[in-house]
Write a protein that binds this ligand. Sequence first.
Ligand SMILES: *[C@@H]1O[C@H](CO)[C@@H](O)[C@H](O)[C@H]1NC(C)=O
Ligand SMILES: *[C@@H]1O[C@H](CO)[C@@H](O)[C@H](O)[C@H]1NC(C)=O
Ligand SMILES: *[C@@H]1O[C@H](CO)[C@@H](O)[C@H](O)[C@H]1NC(C)=O
Ligand SMILES: *[C@@H]1O[C@H](CO)[C@@H](O)[C@H](O)[C@H]1NC(C)=O
Length: 271
Amino acid sequence: MGSAPYRSLLPLLLSPLSLLPVVCGDCGPLPSLSRAEPPEDIRHKNSFPVGSKVTYRCLQNLSKIPSRLDTIMCLNNSLWSNLQEFCDHSCQSPPQVAFAKLSKEDEMKNFYAVGITVSYDCSPGYENSTAELPTSTCRENSTWSEVPELCHKQSCGPPTNPEHGTVVATDHLYLARAKVVCNEGYTLSSRVSFILCFTQGNGVAWTPLPTCQVSPSVTGTTAVANSTPHLEKKASENHYILPLVLIPCITGAAVIVAWSIKKCSASKKTG
Ligand SMILES: *[C@@H]1O[C@H](CO)[C@@H](O)[C@H](O)[C@H]1NC(C)=O
Ligand SMILES: *[C@@H]1O[C@H](CO)[C@@H](O)[C@H](O)[C@H]1NC(C)=O
Ligand SMILES: *[C@@H]1O[C@H](CO)[C@@H](O)[C@H](O)[C@H]1NC(C)=O
Ligand SMILES: *[C@@H]1O[C@H](CO)[C@@H](O)[C@H](O)[C@H]1NC(C)=O
């Protein structure tokens, strides 16, 4: 019961103490900035001694300009230091596109303010058909404008056919793949049955052309040539190509033998 009067007395006793720092060098409440706010926990504090430092944070949708200060200090004249506007509307990293890459100069930037325009160079394998190069601008709503597709795939030109074969190409542009098909009786010298239009130096060129070589067995020519493209991949990974080729051969031979026996007996009958 007797503690109640003391409790109400306590704030009265403490209030002069809380006013004390103001007397001997204090900057008072934090200044309010239009685009930034101080940390939540000290936002409503009324007293900051000389030497106090407070770091502000940009308001929602605004970002800190890297070169600017974001910390104020209570100076020895009991005034807060001044702060230049350090928050601005900005965009995230510029958009990435396959046909072009951000210029070195713009790539090094770490802040893209609203209104800034970045430029691109054509990616390897692409070229500009006009003097105009792609650009993008950081718009008012913090989004980048679309990067116009001003770089086009370079062409490798029509591929040359290998000796005893043909290249089946529908597209001659960068990253196009063309199938190499050998004439009957010939097989590819390598497992790679495609050529690719790829970067070479400053331009593009077809990857080395595989050659077509005479098939190892002349007798089974047609059968081997037809089955090769399908079995080729499996053959490189597995070792069951031999049974796969032999079984149809043996079966074929058996059929031929059976057929000739039948024919022989038939001709015997007629003869
Ligand atoms: C921040 O941006 C979002 C999306 O653009 C928007 O909905 C929101 O109102 C903005 N907030 C402020 C405080 O401007
Ligand atoms: C206040 O600070 C300034 C520099 O920041 C210094 O030149 C000056 O001597 C200081 N005054 C006092 C009273 O400490
Ligand atoms: C492509 O861009 C480069 C670099 O800006 C320029 O030198 C060249 O003339 C352009 N090509 C064409 C065809 O305009
Ligand atoms: C941003 O503004 C552009 C035009 O100013 C508009 O086309 C686009 O849809 C806007 N994006 C968003 C996310 O508001």
